[in-house]
Design a binder for this molecule. Structure first.
Ligand code: FMN
Length: 173
């Protein structure tokens, strides 16, 4: 059952969940994937609510999000889905079907083509209105050395939040 929520109502709660991670789900044609993200959050720009995500170019997700220009974010209940977040944060679509491996279910999005993770609690559906590959010349040396020495660059995606809700378990039997 979908329960309506205010777009900023759980913003702090979501930020707290960014450390253990949240699910970033993407869909390009028939291919659906989800990965754990720890960086990003809800903010406001151009008069609208947004979810910002950073995706390294090496991720399978990168290609999917570039093609679809939309994504969903699913946040688990407190301290739950730890195992699933670890698998989705360490394994790639290139190697395994994470939905099968984690026993999680893609549930049809309400407003966008991309599904959300049914077993999680809070969901945001986002359409990308701005994207940018980080310009290496603009990154200060300390950050560059720490995060971009051995790993690929990040692309930043500004996803306009077009729908948000909680999925509650149906207790009607
Ligand atoms: C807690 C946690 C947070 C992560 N945050 C990010 C992130 O913000 N951006 C990113 O590109 N990768 C992040 N990762 C790594 C990806 O989840 C990981 O590389 C994943 O296997 C990519 O899956 P894919 O190749 O199927 O897209 C994170 C991993 C963990 C465990």
């Amino acid at each position: 059952m979908h329960k309506e929520i205010g777009v900023y109502e759980y913003a702090n709660n979501v930020l707290e969940h960014m450390k253990p991670g949240v699910f970033l789900t993407t869909k390009d044609k028939d291919v659906i994937n989800t990965m754990t993200i720890g960086w990003g959050g809800i903010f406001r720009v151009w008069g609208d609510p947004y979810f910002l995500v950073l995706v390294r170019e090496s991720r399978a997700t990168h290609k999917l999000i570039e093609n679809s220009m939309e994504f969903s974010i699913s946040v688990s209940k407190d301290k739950q889905m730890k195992k699933e977040l670890t698998i989705c944060g360490t394994k790639s679509l290139r190697d395994i079907d994470k939905f099968k491996e984690c026993n999680i279910t893609p549930l049809k999005g309400r407003t966008i083509e991309t599904p959300v993770i049914k077993e999680a609690k809070i969901h945001y559906e986002c359409k990308i209105t701005y994207k940018q590959k980080l310009a290496e010349s603009n990154i200060i040396p300390e950050v560059k050395q720490k995060y971009y020495q051995s790993e690929s660059n990040h692309s930043v995606y500004y996803g306009k939040i077009v729908d948000q809700y909680i999925i509650e378990e149906d207790n009607n039997g």
